[in-house]
Design a protein around this ligand. Structure first.
Ligand SMILES: Nc1ncnc2c1ncn2[C@@H]1O[C@H](COP(=O)(O)OP(=O)(O)OP(=O)(O)O)[C@@H](O)[C@H]1O
Ligand SMILES: [Mg+2]
Length: 455
């Protein structure tokens, strides 16, 4: 039942309207005083505010402003005396849904109320959908259409507020740094620094001083004191990128810092307490490095209190086209028409194996936008490596299929796989790249189709 807050300082109108609306089945809260209405607006939830404009000391426009300023703005209809249309127009400017002049016609009033409530329902449905989306999956800047990436986003939101160390694993270009930044920005430390150090880029001595600082004269070239990142990240987050490359000697020191939460700068005998949350990333499984003897197992356990695995792009094809759209939007000037994708280009983007993952996709999109003619991205606008990846424009696969002789000797399994792939592409093209239709034609599930396309 819709709840209406009804405000009018004229007792007769208040009682007539209140009875009318109750008989129409609304849950009405009649109030004859603006102050009381203000309190109710603050403390209670209504679906509609129906208020007279001219009241003292709190007039209807003031109530309107409060109603519209709420987190979920309240839909409002104003009642106005005949002849004061100007005030009514002010009300519309302030966001009133509509106004009804007194003396009002009952039908007109009831229809306006009905329309206003429909409008308000639609708005609140949208708002709750948006909230659901925001809270469940959506993290600013992270495109997550696939179930895999949605799980990762949920994980980010769950683990961000804690203080635990997190180890992010993913192939090159899968978004490890993006995920680390998201964890930082959803954490209690979001106002502090996010400092990244690429452990693969620095030789041992420099890496140590970068992380923990050094005092003047502690080694050749140390011409002044230097604050390390652990100290600089105080009450923020430090991101150890490519953590698998840390030399063994520095690993020992890092382990001690994680355990004791204090550092000692190179060449100093003073310890300093530090308060930095550690996130680490690697594209080589650390278990493998432990086997090879280049990574300390005890450090591994310290770092991977919570592991996050980011799937490679080829295992989450549902993300490909949304990412393409995202990068197109980022790359084109504001207000300009985004380029479209030819069906062949779309298919290739969706079926290419993306060894360089999202970074490679991002570069491919930028490349294609630069070379596209007539605002349409074609296969040959993509970087050559991708465009020629399977020698396959759709036309050439269709040609291939009619070429039924002179196959090179090969295991039957490979031959069948190859034919299957060619056939899949042909049916996909016939169905205008619609995967649901293609799966239906082939009588396989959508998941099977995706798996076959990415194999
Ligand atoms: N899910 C995503 N949504 C939007 N953009 C993404 C997503 N994942 C990655 N990117 C973008 O792709 C690029 C590469 O991501 P990032 O640098 O985080 O990857 P990485 O795993 O740290 O790569 P590397 O292993 O090369 O260090 C960045 O521009 C990033 O913004
Ligand atoms: Mg990175």
């Amino acid at each position: 039942m819709s709840r209406i807050l009804l405000v009018d300082d004229e007792p007769s109108i208040l009682s007539v309207l209140s009875t009318l609306l109750k008989t129409e089945g609304y849950d009405v809260e009649p109030v004859n005083d603006g102050e009381k209405a203000k309190e109710l607006l603050a403390s209670d939830d209504f679906d509609l505010l129906l208020s007279d404009i001219r009241m003292a000391p709190v007039n209807g426009l003031e109530l309107l402003k409060i109603a519209r300023g709420k987190k979920h703005p309240l839909t409002t209809i104003m009642l106005t005396a005949y002849g004061s249309v100007e005030t009514a127009i002010d009300a519309l400017k302030l966001g009133a849904f509509d106004f009804v002049t007194k003396p009002f016609k009952v039908d007109e009033l009831l229809i306006t109320i009905q329309r206003a409530l429909e409008f308000s329902n639609a708005l609140s449905e949208n708002a709750s959908l948006k909230e659901q989306l925001d809270s469940r999956y959506h993290i600013e800047n992270i495109i997550a259409e696939s179930a895999e990436m949605q799980d990762t986003c949920e994980m980010i939101k769950k683990v961000a507020p804690s203080e635990t160390t997190i180890l992010i694993y993913g192939e090159s270009g899968t978004g490890k740094e993006l995920v680390a930044k998201a964890i930082h920005s959803y954490s209690k430390r979001s106002k502090g620094n996010f400092l990244a150090v690429n452990c693969a880029a620095l030789p041992e001595a420099l890496l140590e001083s970068e992380m923990f600082g050094h005092v003047k004269g502690s080694f050749t070239g140390a011409s002044s004191n230097k604050t390390g990142l652990f100290e600089a990240a105080n009450s923020g987050t430090i991101f150890l990128d490519e953590v698998g490359s840390i030399p063994l000697a520095v690993q020992g020191k890092l382990l001690r810092v994680l355990q004791e939460k204090e550092i000692r700068a190179v060449g100093s005998n003073k310890t300093i307490k530090v308060d930095a949350r550690v996130l680490a990333a690697t594209n080589v499984p650390l278990e493998q490095l432990i086997q090879e003897g280049t990574f300390r197992e005890d450090l591994y356990y310290r770092l991977s209190v919570i592991p996050i695995n980011i799937k490679p792009l080829r295992e989450r094809p549902d993300d490909i086209l949304p990412l393409v759209m995202h990068f197109i939007q980022q790359d084109i000037p504001q207000n300009s028409e985004p380029p479209s994708l030819s069906p062949e280009a779309k298919l290739l983007l969706e079926t290419y194996s993306w060894p360089g993952n999202i970074r490679e996709l991002e570069n491919a999109v930028k490349h294609a936008i630069t070379f596209a003619d007539n605002n349409q991205i074609e296969v040959n606008n993509l970087p050559a490596r991708i465009a020629t990846s399977q020698g396959n424009t759709i036309q050439s696969t269709v040609n291939n299929i009619s070429q039924t002789e002179n196959y090179a000797p090969q295991p039957l399994k490979d031959f069948l796989k190859n034919q299957e792939r060619i056939y899949l592409k042909q049916i996909l093209a016939q169905n205008d790249d619609n995967k649901e239709k293609t799966a239906a034609t082939l009588q396989v599930s959508l998941a099977t189709l995706y798996r076959k396309l990415t194999e």
